[in-house]
Design a protein around this ligand. Structure first.
Ligand code: NAP
Length: 291
C-alpha cells in the first residue's frame, strides 16, 4: 500500500485520517497544534515534526487546512512539503481554497516532478466521519487513477472535473448552490410565519415536491426551532463565498444572489454569530423584518 502523509487534523482532517488508517494505509501525520495529533497516533499513525518530515516519509501527501494562505504555508513555506517531497510523489489538497492559488501551487510542485490534485470535499463532518464524502477532483486523470484507493477510503463519490483548479471551482459552485438555497429557505419560512402559516407545516407540505432540498429538510426545521448550533459554521461558509466572489471578479461573472447572501452573512458576523451554523442566516433576515 502506498505511504500516506496527512497534514491538518481539524474537524474534517482528523476523521479522514482515521478512515485512511482504518483502511490499512500507513500514515505519517502532522498538525500545527500538536495535541490534536493524539487520536490518530492512538489509531496507529506516525507523528511527524513538520510538513517537510511528512513529505519525506510519504508517497501521497494530503493537506486539509483552512484557507489559501494556509495551504501555501504547509506546502511551499519553510519546513513545508516542497522541502521534503520526492519526485514522483503526489500532493492532494482537500481543503477548500482559491482555484488560482491552487494552479500556482501545482506549478511550483511540478517544477520538482511532483503532481498535484485539488480534491475539495462536500458532505460535512458527518461525511468525513462516515467516509461518505463527495470528492471533486482537478488534475491529471492518470494521477487520479493512482490515488483512487486513497479517495475511496474517505469518500463515496469521486468525480474528475478537469485540470488543476477545476476541483476547487466545482466546490465553489457547490457553495453557491447551498448558500443561495439556504436564503430561499429563510425567505419561505419568514413569509409563512408573517402570513400566519405554521412554518413547520409549510416545510412538511412542500419538501417532497419541486421545492424540496437538503437545506429545506435539514436547515429549515432548525430555523423554525431556533437551533443555530453549527453543522457548517458561518465563518467557513463566508470564506467559501469570498473565494467564489473573488473568482467571479476575475472571470467577469455576475453572482448577484451569492453577493446578497455574503452581505447578509456579513451582518451575522457583525453580530458575533460567525461561529453559529449557516442556518443562522435566518437571524439576519429576522433583523431586516424588525424582529
Ligand atoms: P478546522 O477544524 O478549523 O481545521 C483546520 C485545520 O487546519 C486545523 O488542523 C488547523 O491546525 C489547520 N491549519 C489552519 N491554518 C494552518 C496553518 N497556517 N498552518 C498549519 N495548519 C493550519 O476546519 P475543518 O472544518 O476541518 O475544515 C478544513 C477544510 O475543509 C477547510 O478548507 C473547509 O472549508 C473545508 N471543509 C469543511 C467542511 C466542514 O463541514 N467542516 C466541509 C467541507 C469542506 P490547528 O489545529 O493548529 O488550528
Amino acid at each position: 500500500m502506498q505511504k500516506i502523509g496527512f497534514i491538518g487534523l481539524g474537524i474534517m482532517g482528523n476523521s479522514m485520517c482515521l478512515n485512511l488508517l482504518k483502511a490499512g494505509f500507513p500514515v505519517t501525520a502532522w498538525n500545527r497544534t500538536r495535541v490534536k495529533m493524539q487520536s490518530v497516533i492512538d489509531a496507529g499513525a506516525q507523528a511527524a515534526a513538520s510538513p517537510q518530515q511528512v513529505a519525506e516519509n510519504a508517497e501521497i501527501i494530503i493537506t486539509m487546512v483552512s484557507d489559501s494562505p494556509d495551504v501555501q504555508e504547509v506546502i511551499l513555506g519553510d519546513a513545508g512539503v516542497i522541502k521534503g517531497v520526492k519526485s514522483g510523489s503526489v500532493v492532494i489538497d482537500m481543503s477548500t481554497i482559491s482555484p488560482a492559488v491552487t494552479r500556482d501551487i501545482a506549478a511550483e510542485l511540478g517544477k520538482k516532478g511532483v503532481a498535484m490534485l485539488d480534491a475539495p470535499v462536500s458532505g460535512g463532518d458527518s461525511g468525513a466521519r462516515n467516509a461518505t464524502l463527495a470528492i471533486m477532483v482537478g488534475g491529471e486523470a492518470k494521477v487520479l487513477e493512482r490515488c483512487m484507493p486513497v479517495f475511496m477510503a474517505m469518500g463515496k463519490t469521486v468525480t474528475h472535473v478537469g485540470v488543476n483548479g477545476m476541483g476547487q471551482t466545482v466546490k465553489l459552485c457547490n457553495q453557491i448552490l447551498v448558500s443561495v438555497t439556504n436564503m430561499a429557505v429563510c425567505e419561505a419560512i419568514l413569509f409563512a410565519r408573517k402570513s400566519g402559516v405554521e412554518p413547520q407545516v409549510m416545510i412538511e407540505a412542500v419538501k417532497n415536491g419541486a421545492a424540496g432540498s437538503w437545506q429545506l429538510s435539514n436547515l429549515g426545521p432548525k430555523m423554525v426551532a431556533g437551533d443555530f448550533n453549527p453543522g457548517f459554521m458561518i465563518d467557513l461558509q463566508q470564506k467559501d463565498l469570498r473565494l467564489a466572489l473573488e473568482t467571479a471578479l476575475v472571470t467577469c461573472t455576475p453572482l448577484p444572489a451569492t453577493d446578497l447572501v455574503h452581505q447578509l452573512f456579513d451582518d451575522c458576523q457583525a453580530h458575533d454569530e460567525g461561529r453559529l451554523g449557516s442556518q443562522a442566516l435566518f437571524k439576519a433576515l429576522l433583523r431586516l423584518a424588525g424582529e
